[in-house]
Design a protein around this ligand. Sequence first.
Ligand code: FAD
Length: 686
Amino acid sequence: MEAAATSKVDVLIIGAGPAGLMLSLWMAKLGIKTRVVDKRTGKIVSGQADGFQCRTLEIFDSFGIGHKVWHEANHMHEVSFWNPGEDGKIRRHHRGPNTQPNLSRFTEAVLHQGRVESILIDTIRASASPKHPLVEIERSVMPTSLHIDESSVDDEDAYPVEVTLRHLTEEEATPTQRLSNLQDGLYRSNLAEDDTERLLANTAGVGREEKVRAKYVVGCDGAHSWVRKTLGEEYQMKGESTDAIWGVLDIIPITDFPDIRSRCMIHSAEFGAMMIIPRENKLVRVYTQLKQVSTGTGRVDRSQITPDVILETARKILSPYTLDYHYIDWWTAYQIGQRVGDRFSKHNRVFLTGDAVHTHSPKAGQGMNVSMGDTYNLGWKLGLVCKKLLQPHVLDTYELERRQIARQLIAFDHKFSRLFSGRPAKDASDEAGSSMSEFQQAFREAQLFITGVGIHYQPSILTSDSDLKGGLQGTETPSQSHVTSVAESAAHCQPGRRFASQIVLSQADVRPWELQLHMPSNGRFRVVVFGGDISQATQLATVNKLGGWLQANVLSPAKSPRISLAPGPDPRGGSGSSQWMTDEDPSIVDVLLVHSAPRDKIELLQDLHEVFHPFDKKLGWDYGKVFADDHGKAHEHYGVDPDRGAVVALRPDGYIGLVTGLQAEDGWTRLQAWFGGLLRPSPSSS
Ligand code: FAD
C-alpha cells in the first residue's frame, strides 16, 4: 500500500446520492473548498427514486435548474383509486387531483433519480470559476476511519475531523447485479446485505490511502451509513420493519387498463395492492405488494423475487385488465419499515443527512425529496459559517429543524403504508380491513406534508415566533400592541414556513415575475418590504424612512450585515458568478420592495430611497428590486393590509425568519436584533 498523504478541506461529503449532490451544489455555489467521495464507480443510470415534490421543484428553480427537470419530467395531475366491487373485480372508485391546486406553481413531477443526479452534477461543474474551486465527485473512494479531535471542536479555525480514505479499483466499486442483462436496485434495497464491511476487508492493504483533515464532515452515505455507525451506539436508528414486501418494475406497458397514464392506487380483493406511476418516455412504474414472498417472520427469501414474479402479481391485481411489456428499464424490491435517528450531528462537526438518518417506504415519493431537503437546509448554514459570515451556533438549527421533519415523515409513512398494504375492508363492520375512504382521506390530508410546502420549522434563533410570543430567541416578552401589530402586518406569512410565490410586475419594465424567481439560492438573506399603497404621501414617506433606516442600521457597510449590490438575478440559468456571493462581494442581505400603488404613479429612481435601487459604478442602478402589485392580489395573498404594509425577513433557503410591521420602529429594531443574532460583524466593523 502506498503511504498516506494528508490534506485539508473545509467540507468532506461522504456519498454522492441526492443528499450529497444537493450539498455539493451549495458548496460549489458558495465557493467552499469541498471534497465529495462515493464508493461506487458511477451514478445511478436508471430507476430508484422518481417523484419530485413541489417544494423540491421550487428549490431546483431557485438554483436555476427547475426548468430542466420540469421539461423532462412527466407531470402527475391526476390520481385514481381502484377498489374491488361487489363481484370482486377492481373498479374505479374515485378520481381527483394528485396535487392540491394552488399549493405551489409546480405540481408533482416524475423523472428518474439518475437524470436528476446528472443535472445536479452538471450544475456543480458549471459553478466553478477562478474564484470558486471546482467541486468534483470522486468515485470509487470510501472512508475507512474517522476521528474527531474533541479538544479543538470549538476552535472555528481548526480541522478537527480526520478521515482516512481508501481508493478502490473499478471492479471493487461496481455493485453486483442479479441479472446480467438488466439493471436492478437490489444492492441499494433494505433487503440486501450491506457490502461496506466486505469491501473494507477485501481491500485492506491494497490500493492507495490518504488522510484528510476536515472542518466539517457530512454523512450522505445512504441507509447503511458507515458514517452513522462510526459515530457510535447513540447514533443508531430506531424504528421497525414490517413483513410487507413490495416489488418495483419500470416498464413500457402494453395494457388495456384505462388509467395507465394516471397515478393509480389499486386494492384488489385477494392479491394485495398496487400503485401505478406514469413516467417520462412512456415508462410506467408499477409497485406491487408481493404477498407470496413475505414469510411473516421478518425473513425474506430474496431469490424468490424476480421481474417475472412482480409482473405475475401485477397481472393478478389488475385482472380482468391485461398487462405485458417488451421493454423493462429497471426493477427492485424492498421491505416496508420506518427508522429514524435521534441525533443528526456530533459537535456540529459531523452531520448525518438523508437516508443515513431516516428511512421509510418509497411509495409516497418522499426519500429523495426529504434527503435533498436536509442538505438544502444544512448547505447554506455550513457555507456561510465557513465563510465566517454566520455565527457557528446557527448550525444547531440543522438537527432541530430536520429531525422534526424526519419524525413527521416516519409517522406519516407508518400510517400511509399500513393503510396501503392492508386488505380492503369488505364493509363498515370489517374492522380488520383498511377502509378505502380512510385511505383517500389520509392521502388528501397529507398533501401539505407530501408536497413539502407545508413544512413549518419550529421557533429558534432562525425563525422568530414573534407573531405568537414576540421573543426573538424565546426570551423576550412582547407588548400586546406589538403582538397585534405583527399578527396583522402579514397574516399569512408565518415564521418557519416557506415564502410562497405570487406574480408581481417589475416596476422598471412591467414584466410579470413570480416573486420567488427574484430569490435565488445564492446564500443571501432577504428583507421583503411590503410598502402598500405608496402613492399615498405618508405611506411613501414611511417606506423611504425604513429604507434609510435599513441602510444605516442593518445594511451599512460599517455594520453587519452588508447590503447586496449584486445585480438583479438571472434566475433562468444565468451563469454569471456575480449573482453568487463572492470574496469581493460577500453582501449577505438583499432588499426587495413590493407595493400596491398604481405602477404609473411611482418613479423608481426619483420617488424611492436608493436602498431599493442600489447603484454600482460599473453596473449602474439595479432595476430588479421593486415590484408593483397593481391589483393588490399579492398583498392579499400574503395577508398584508395595503394601508399598513409589512416587513418580512427571509432566510437564504426562502423560509420566513421574522415578520414585523412597516410602521413600528420597535419592529425594525427587532429586525436588526434578529440579524445581529445570526450574522457575524463584517471585518470592516470589527
Ligand atoms: P442514497 O441515494 O442512498 O445515496 C447514498 C450514496 O452514498 C450512494 O451514492 C452510495 O454509493 C454512497 N455510499 C454509501 N456508502 C458509502 C461509503 N461507505 N463510502 C462512500 N460512499 C458511500 N424518494 C423520493 O423522494 N421519491 C420517490 O419517488 C422515491 N422512489 C423510490 C423508489 C424506490 C424503488 C426506492 C428504492 C427508493 C425510492 N425513493 C424515493 C427513496 C430515495 O431513493 C432515497 O430516499 C434517496 O436516494 C436517499 O438519498 P441519499 O442521498 O440520502 O442516499
